[in-house]
Ligand binder design. Structure first.
Ligand SMILES: *Cc1c(COP(=O)(O)O)cnc(C)c1O
Length: 386
């Protein structure tokens, strides 16, 4: 049906935010279940707010961020950026030129769109691998990127991580690790070392993924590289502003792995329930997911005809979950190009309030509704955009 151009995806996100706004106004926040695992937060203290000035703010909060960031990520120097995407763009602008090649190893495709998008912007070459046997660099390669945990939370194997670092460092190629969620998932649930401790030169993580910070990019790395990236970030306005840095500081101060560890029990429960009726449901490190192609397969089992593609179907189901069951998932609120996987993250703060039977029922009902409407373009449009 072609309902997911970047422009339409923006509209869908706008519609989702409007629904959330009206639900909070009509009832209150406790009726909503944000299961994105991205709920983040802004845990500022009163005394922080008075310091949020253009120059005093950075002076204080950047200082405080250094030790906390180094503890979380390892490395020599920390840099705060507006988003993880901004940090990846700043790194590419700093280290890559037109015609240079960047290689990317990730445990499973697809890559986060910011990587190919940033490289396209400067007309650089890009090759991505998700089979370790295929990974190679060429004499044009200037940067290697590793994704520690993908958007769908597929986790890299430690051996593969080390191999990519070794191959790259043999040719003096620096390694940037996109550890948006991996900085916590890999280390807490898979007992892997921090990226910097496995030889990375630069690492970036999202302070709203599996921790209660604001959406922002926290970077660490070798000092010389961080200095180059920092200067680029300033030139293009990609750096974090004082309020964001203050939020990151407080989030790091209060971070504890407990919620991530505790998610395991509820994850098992919901998986067992949903598996009875959805063959394609699978586990993530902290929850369950139905990928867009698996959702399509569930629809095919029912012999339903539709002109929807898998992304559209997933986004419609996510909007139904939001509209009718107060459940927030990424295909409803995500930015254009974000993953269309229906993921229920039991490490989300709101998951503590979730009743597994209720959630299972909501998932069933939303799927039922999706199969009822998927041949009706106007209704699909209304669900997505109105
Ligand atoms: C979330 C994520 C990003 C980008 O984070 P933003 O906050 O959207 O900039 C990049 N890479 C991966 C693997 C991610 O999961």
């Amino acid at each position: 049906m072609l309902l997911n151009s970047p422009l339409q995806e923006s509209k869908r996100r706008e519609a989702a935010l409007k629904i959330i706004d009206s639900k909070i106004k009509n009832k209150d926040r406790t009726h909503l279940y944000d299961l994105t695992g991205l709920s983040g937060g802004f845990p500022l203290k009163k005394e922080d707010i008075e310091l949020l000035e253009t120059y005093a703010g950075p002076a204080i909060f950047e200082e405080k961020l250094q030790p906390l960031g180094l503890e979380h990520l390892g490395g020599e120097k920390v840099l705060a950026l507006n988003r993880t995407s901004s940090g990846i763009l700043a790194t590419i602008l700093a280290l890559v030129k037109s015609k240079d090649q960047v290689v990317h190893y990730l445990p499973q495709l697809p890559s986060h769109p910011i990587i190919p998008r940033s490289l396209k912007l400067i007309d650089a070459q890009y090759t991505e691998y998700d089979h370790i046997e295929d990974f190679k660099i060429t004499d044009k390669t200037v940067l290697t990127i590793i994704t520690g945990s993908t958007m769908d939370h597929q986790i890299i194997r430690k051996e593969d991580f080390l191999k990519v670092v070794e191959i790259s460092h043999d040719q003096n190629i620096p390694v940037l690790v996109d550890d948006a969620s991996g900085a916590r998932l890999r280390t807490i649930l898979y007992e892997q070392p921090r990226a910097m401790d496995m030889g990375a030169d630069i690492v970036i993580t999202s302070t709203d993924k599996l921790m209660e910070g604001p959406r922002g990019g926290l970077m660490s790395g070798k000092e010389g590289l961080i200095d180059l990236i920092k200067s680029k970030a300033y030139q293009y306005g990609l750096e974090a502003q004082p309020p964001l840095i203050a939020g990151m500081v407080r989030a790091l101060e209060q971070f504890s792995p407990e919620r991530i560890i505790k998610s395991q029990e509820k994850k098992e429960e919901i998986f067992q329930q949903l598996k009875k009726d959805f063959q394609g449901i699978s586990k993530t490190p902290t929850g369950v997911m139905l990928k867009e192609e698996d959702l399509m397969r569930e629809i095919e089992y029912l012999d339903k005809r539709t002109s929807l593609d898998s992304k559209e179907a997933a986004q419609i189901m996510a909007m139904i979950l939001l509209r009718e069951h107060d459940i927030i998932t990424i295909p409803a609120v995500g930015m254009p190009g974000a993953s269309s996987t229906l993921r229920l993250d039991m490490a989300s703060k709101d998951a503590e309030r979730v009743d597994v039977d209720h959630l299972t029922q909501a998932f069933h009902d939303a799927f039922g509704k999706l199969t009822d409407v998927l041949a009706d373009e106007q209704t699909c449009r209304d669900i997505l955009f109105n």
